[in-house]
Design a protein around this ligand. Structure first.
Ligand SMILES: [Fe+2]
Length: 281
């Protein structure tokens, strides 16, 4: 065999081995990603079991943070990091009394206020103990920092606060304004705007206000009760989907995607409400 020919064969073999390694590496990355998602989703479900309001708040915040990041055209890895950090951002409140979760901070006792102030650090410590979630832990720690440096726990200001935490800060407060303070969309937005540059990143607030009008407009329509077999991606969920054991499966206020519909349909026989789901489309 000529030298050139044997070189080509060796090169082909090298190429084949490289391709095989790439395929295996992709499989490993996929498995690691699935494990990572599994851990986060398991933690989120555990939180829902502990307090339904908290579970709903964190799931809605995660969905909205993801949509907002997509609107901002942030890189895919940042979008997912943000989604998972938002899904766990209040994990430090798990196990506290329901007043701390369901009442506004001004109405809390001094002791409950103290516990509330500790929850970002507590959440950081819980999540930071899991190696693959360390980046999420840092975001959780900063989700109550104020843009002007008056927040907690570290009094970080402007660019010192991770972008993901600045996004979650706005979306978190918008959800609280709507679902805890029962404000209308307009009132919830005005409250966010009034703290622009104080609590919130001023640029992000401008983007958020355009995003939310777009987001809410897409969700306008008449609410209807339909059978869970007739759910379609893009429908807006008007009610919490609750299982007969009290577990919150999907919170209200999200836009249904294929995965969520699959989840609802596979648990249809175990849902409260005889399989009828209130949606807007
Ligand atoms: Fe929080």
């Amino acid at each position: 065999m000529e030298k050139n020919e044997s070189d080509i064969i060796a090169l082909k073999e090298e190429n084949r081995q490289l391709q095989e390694k790439t395929v295996n590496l992709k499989k490993t990355v996929k498995t690691l990603r699935r494990n990572f998602q599994g851990i986060v989703e398991l933690l989120a479900e555990t939180i829902s079991l502990d307090n339904r309001f908290l579970g709903g708040h964190m799931k809605r915040t995660a969905e909205m943070a993801k949509s907002f990041c997509e609107f901002l055209k942030l890189p895919k890895d940042i979008i997912y990091l943000n989604y998972y950090a938002a899904l766990l951002h209040d994990i430090g409140l798990v196990g506290t009394n329901s007043d701390i979760i369901e009442k506004i901070t001004e109405d809390l006792s001094d002791n409950d206020k103290k516990i509330f102030l500790e929850h970002p650090v507590l959440g950081f410590e819980i999540i930071n103990s899991i190696y693959s979630l360390k980046r999420i832990a840092a975001i959780i720690k900063s989700h109550h920092e104020n843009y002007d440096g008056t927040g907690f726990p570290d009094k970080l200001a402007s660019g010192e606060i991770p972008i993901e935490a600045r996004v979650i800060r706005i979306v978190n407060d918008y959800d609280i304004n709507k679902f805890k303070l029962s404000l209308t969309t307009k009132e919830a937005c005005s409250l966010i705007e009034s703290k622009r540059g104080k609590f919130y990143d001023p640029e992000l607030v401008i983007n958020f206000l355009s995003f939310i009008s777009h987001f809410e407009q897409n969700n306008k329509g008449t609410a209807k009760s339909i059978n869970c077999e007739d759910l379609k991606p893009g429908m807006y969920l008007n009610q919490d989907i609750i299982m007969s054991n009290g577990l919150l499966l999907i919170p209200s206020g999200v836009i249904l995607d294929k995965a969520m519909i699959g989840k609802i349909q596979s648990f249809s026989s175990m849902l409260l409400g005889h399989g009828l789901i209130q949606v807007t489309y």
